[in-house]
Design a protein around this ligand. Structure first.
Ligand SMILES: CC(C)(COP(=O)(O)OP(=O)(O)OC[C@H]1O[C@@H](n2cnc3c(N)ncnc32)[C@H](O)[C@@H]1OP(=O)(O)O)[C@@H](O)C(=O)NCCC(=O)NCCS
Length: 191
């Protein structure tokens, strides 16, 4: 679903479009895939298609666009849906929100997520008028750590036993990118 605050976006290789009801099969596949969910400790893996539909309903509900948003990451060359990304925990009075992202393992290691995040960070700092974007990352998720570090996020600390899933606590790093840092990191041609 397109919203003026959260428009569909185009990059060199990607189309980012709002999550929609027809994405239920992909969302089910993605959030039940152990290679993906092993790094996502805030929610248990999706068990069936109706739970996947529930995720989509959450992101497409009336009023959602004012509070959170999820884009589908689609490869332009062949229309392949590869992953999702977006913002949640938007604290408007503090001008901050949290970024989330996931990619099918077949498409890791090609810089697709970094390209997608570059595009949605523009939305964060320009449309949502954020001052700060947070990223919470499981300490055992080196790919995700590299992805945000190469985008200029700074590690601020360790959140001990931050999420509890399947009878276990998981430490997470907290990263952030501040608007002035983002402004300094983009070339004038892209600003
Ligand atoms: C986190 C996740 C999206 C990272 O995926 P990724 O493909 O490794 O991330 P990037 O888009 O940043 O790609 C970087 C890699 O692509 C390579 N690459 C290839 N072509 C590239 C290009 N044109 N531009 C940039 N990088 C490129 C880079 O060298 C880099 O590989 P390296 O780290 O081995 O050197 C993925 O591991 C994932 O979905 N994990 C499961 C869900 C998850 O953990 N979500 C985040 C929770 S915090």
């Amino acid at each position: 679903m397109t919203h003026s605050l959260f428009p569909d976006l185009e990059t060199d290789r990607l189309l980012l479009r709002g999550i929609a009801p027809q994405d239920a099969d992909f969302i089910f596949r993605q959030f039940s895939d152990p290679d993906v969910t092993q790094y996502l400790m805030d929610e248990p893996p999706v068990k069936d298609r109706s739970e996947a539909q529930g995720i989509i309903d959450f992101f497409t509900a009336p009023g959602a666009a004012g509070n959170y948003h999820r884009w589908m990451v689609v490869r332009k060359s062949d229309g392949e849906t590869m992953g999702t990304c977006g913002f949640h925990h938007w604290e408007k009075s503090y001008f901050r929100a949290e970024v989330g992202y996931d990619m099918q393992p077949a498409f890791w290691g090609q810089g697709y997520m970094r390209e997608a995040l570059r595009a949605i960070l523009r939305v964060a700092f320009l449309n949502m008028e954020l001052h700060r974007v947070d990223a919470l990352i499981y300490v055992g998720n080196p790919r995700s750590i590299l992805t945000v570090e190469k985008l200029g996020f700074k590690r601020e600390g360790l959140l001990r036993d931050y999420f509890f899933l399947d009878n276990r606590y998981y430490d997470h790093y907290i990263y952030s990118l501040l608007k002035p840092e983002w402004e300094n990191s983009i070339s004038p041609a892209c600003a």
